[in-house]
Design a protein around this ligand. Structure first.
Ligand code: GLN
Length: 543
């Protein structure tokens, strides 16, 4: 039997529901259960793909090509279970499906309504593809009381009724703020938000109370009494030292125990937490430190580079070093900031994915600095494209090299991809195609050259990595770029699309068209990140 855990949030947003869901899933998995986590996003975009990273943080891409919420990245990093398109649905997608169906005439004359049509669609989403699982955790985005989340709340209320008794529970994440002037933790916001929830017909089974100070027993009792839960089911969730300390911490507070109890499961094995012990040991006892300069555009909001930051830290775990990330706004180099003073202290330079011309000359200048100074360089997606343009301009004599993304150019070293093969067959695009969901998205295989640096790093010549881009390095420039020392060491299996470039004569210089950061996990750091940080450690001994 698949059991369902519905996770809601109250009082304020940004309580870390995603991290909580991921940590609970990790704890259940550590007890031998098969888990999957899903996210319901109440906004009206069909997916977050067209939203600015400043609005919504990173867009997390799945193997099957879905552009999803960044919480799905947490889910994968904590459980190792690859997320799928069916693990993230927005209200926009729900309505899109229903309206398309209505236009086809599928409702046979019925009036289409929020209840039952929208709620049925949400329920179908929650239940789909869950046969092989013990637990499905469904996180509802937003905060109780939001107008937008009402259909989702109603759908989970109904589902709780539709399912067998004991087959689903509700976990509510709230905030217990500390009022410094009174020196007290306050429970009223939690009481209010549970009242909001019960007015929607949902009685939480477990309350996870985020707090900055330990929750005194008296307050725990009070919350239990007013919110109609057992005191043991009021779980304090203090801020953790590190996100990877959260599973241990929640276990110590009894969260997984309470969840099992709420389901009436008595004979579950104790959790095997050695994986998390090892991660914490590596994180708490580093043997060194490196500084990586990330030269990008969205440096004002760290959520915009969530997976990248995590993958760099995983590279640190692999090498037992602390990774300090210096976020550098590429545009500042165009406005006269001293590139040498900024980049000289870095043990590695990374140019991440991005869109648009703003800051691109600063990124190209950073590639040049890394190349000339023999500083480890990692270019990801747009970063690889910038490395190719830099190589074309400065090592292949193609002074006008550019990308058609930035406007018309006589030397399109990077250009719009108009055709490529996917698992669904030949894909075709033009400059007029809609922007939403039309990039080259999801996992694609690549073939690596046998004796290349990257084949050595991966330990194989056949890889599969996740993509999200509209432009591509133009293979027609391959010979000229290779003469300048920039080797095309990974290609699509049909040999048409460059996937990886490297400079074998440089200590560590790799550009990849895909996003390796999306597949890195703390217990299984991505080989490119592990190798890049290893190179940065060597660099740190030189400077
Ligand atoms: N803007 C570039 C493209 O669309 C790179 C995208 C990215 O870095 N994800 O190809």
């Amino acid at each position: 039997m698949t059991r369902y855990i519905f996770i809601t949030g109250g009082v304020v947003s940004s309580l870390g529901k995603g991290l909580m869901a991921a940590s609970l899933a990790a704890l259940l998995q550590a007890r031998g259960f098969r888990v999957r986590i899903r996210k319901f996003d109440p906004y009206l975009n069909v997916d977050p793909g067209t939203m600015s990273p400043y609005q919504h943080g990173e867009v997390y891409v799945t193997d099957d090509g879905a552009e999803t919420d960044l919480d799905l990245g947490h889910y994968e990093r904590f459980t190792g279970v690859s997320a799928r398109q069916s693990d993230n649905v927005t209200q926009g997608r729900v309505y899109q499906t229903i309206i398309q169906r209505e236009r086809r005439g599928d409702y046979l004359g019925a009036t289409v309504q929020v209840i039952p049509h929208v709620t049925d669609e949400i329920k179908a989403f929650a239940l789909a593809d869950t046969d092989d699982l013990d637990f499905v955790l469904c996180e509802i985005g937003g905060t109780v009381g939001d107008i937008e989340s009402l259909p989702f709340m109603e759908a989970i209320r109904q589902l709780h009724n539709d399912l067998d008794r004991g087959q689903s529970i509700f976990v509510h994440v709230t905030l217990v703020p500390y009022i410094a002037a009174a020196g007290e933790l306050k429970t009223k916001p939690t009481q209010r938000s549970v009242r909001d929830l019960t007015s929607l017909g949902i009685q939480p089974d477990i309350l996870l109370c985020r707090c900055e100070h330990p929750l005194p027993d008296s307050e725990r009792q009070k919350i239990a009494l007013f919110c109609n839960v057992r005191p043991e089911a009021v779980i304090p969730a203090l801020d953790a030292r590190s996100i990877y300390a959260v599973p241990h911490q929640y276990h110590a507070e009894g969260l997984d125990e309470e969840v099992l109890r709420a389901f009436g499961i008595k004979d579950a094995p104790a959790p095997q937490l050695a994986r998390w012990d090892d991660i914490m040991d590596r994180q708490q006892n580093p043997e060194g430190e490196v500084t990586i300069g990330v030269v990008g555009k969205y440096v004002g909001l760290l959520d915009a580079y969530k997976s990248l930051y995590e993958a760099l830290s995983h590279g640190g775990l692999a090498n037992r070093v602390k990774v300090k990330v210096k976020w550098i706004d590429a545009e500042l180099f165009e406005k006269g900031d001293d590139i040498i003073a900024s980049l000289e202290p870095m043990h590695g330079i990374l140019v991440p994915g991005g869109f648009g011309v703003r800051g691109s000359e600063g990124k190209i200048a950073s590639v040049k600095f890394a190349r000339e100074r023999n500083v480890p360089f990692f270019g990801i997606c747009l970063g690889m494209q910038m490395a190719c343009i830099e190589g074309a301009r400065n090592t292949a004599g193609i002074a006008q090299a550019s990308t058609t993304e930035f406007g018309e150019t006589s030397e399109p070293v990077v250009g719009l991809i108009t055709e490529w093969m996917s698992t669904e067959g030949l894909q075709k695009r033009t400059a007029d195609t809609d922007l939403g969901g039309t990039m080259r998205l999801g996992a694609y295989p690549a073939k690596l050259t046998g004796n290349s640096v990257v084949a050595g790093i991966y330990g194989t010549n056949d890889i599969s990595e996740r993509h999200r881009h509209r432009y591509e390095v133009n293979a027609g420039y391959r010979d000229r770029l290779e003469k300048g020392g920039l080797i095309f060491s990974g290609m699509s299996p049909d040999g048409t699309l460059p996937e990886i470039v490297e400079r074998p004569d440089h200590p560590w210089f790799v550009g990849v068209q895909f996003h390796p950061e999306l597949k890195s996990k703390p217990f299984d750091p991505h080989p490119l990140f592990a190798s890049f940080i290893e190179a940065a450690v060597k660099q740190s001994r030189l400077v």
